[in-house]
Design a protein around this ligand. Structure first.
Ligand SMILES: CC(C)(COP(=O)(O)OP(=O)(O)OC[C@H]1O[C@@H](n2cnc3c(N)ncnc32)[C@H](O)[C@@H]1OP(=O)(O)O)[C@@H](O)C(=O)NCCC(=O)NCCS
Length: 231
């Protein structure tokens, strides 16, 4: 019977989890929460999240019970809802003031469907912990500023989502090009609306309010301005 190295690797990981089993989950989460608080000062990352040791999380971010991989960069004040998974073997850059709803999947790696098989033969054979070529391929993902990604949306390798866009619940966003402040929806995601007139969009893009310091954005005047409707 041929037992792939990857099966052995996962079995070893499972045995290691026994150690965690000796500590109560609540205590473990508290320990993790403290470690995240030290690593990402000024942000809240729940202790039941799984954040890669090289991940970058800016100031004022919220991350609830989610996976954030090593190559993920989360801009200041962005929020990630429960049960989201952000990662892959190439960079996933999320801008500032983004709202990522629960259950989103933002992943920069694909199985390589250009090979004769999509099955991860090399990973299985060699027991690799990472999804590298030739089994898989990866393309960076870039999400602009002030982007709202609706519940259970999937953002695939190579996606570029410009500033101000809205991704509708359940949408699947691939490598297509989109304009800023577009509402995207469906599978595959297509523009289903434009948030504002061309004039207002240029004004907002020129303002680049997301690059101002937090104190200025959270001032009463700015909050009232940004939470008002332009037309
Ligand atoms: C995308 C969204 C913002 C659009 O809201 P809206 O502007 O009020 O849109 P409407 O309901 O008027 O729908 C406009 C059109 O888009 C379609 N549409 C709306 N949401 C869609 C979605 N998620 N996917 C695909 N199509 C969608 C509608 O069917 C409608 O099509 P029609 O013109 O052919 O009838 C909203 O539907 C959505 O998905 N919100 C995300 C909610 C969420 O995830 N909340 C989690 C809390 S953070």
């Amino acid at each position: 019977m041929y037992i792939p190295e990857y099966v052995k690797l996962l079995s070893r990981y499972e045995s290691r989890k026994l150690l965690h089993g000796l500590i109560s989950p609540a205590f473990w989460n508290w320990l993790q929460f403290r470690a995240y608080r030290k690593r990402f000062p000024g942000s809240y990352v729940s202790g039941d999240s799984d954040v890669g040791s090289k991940a970058k999380i800016g100031t004022g971010c919220l991350v609830w019970q989610s996976y954030v991989g090593d190559l993920v960069e989360l801009g200041n004040y962005s929020c990630v809802g429960v049960g989201s998974r952000l990662g892959g073997e190439k960079e996933v850059r999320i801008g500032r003031y983004c709202s990522i709803a629960p259950g989103c999947f933002i992943f920069s790696t694909h199985h390589d469907h250009r090979n004769r098989t999509t099955y991860s033969l090399r990973i299985m054979k060699e027991g690799r912990a990472r999804m590298l070529p030739p089994d898989c391929y990866s393309i960076p993902i870039s999400v602009g500023n002030d982007v709202w990604i609706g519940r259970d949306a999937k953002i695939l390798a190579g996606a570029v989502i410009p500033d101000g866009c809205v991704v509708g619940a359940g949408a699947v966003v691939g490598k297509k090009q989109y304009e800023p402040y577009t509402i995207l929806g469906g599978v595959p995601a297509k523009p289903i609306g434009q948030r504002f007139s061309d004039e207002t969009i240029s004004e907002l893009l020129k303002l680049e309010w997301w690059n101002k310091e937090g104190e200025e954005i959270f001032s009463e005047e700015m909050v009232n301005f940004l939470l008002s409707k332009p037309e």
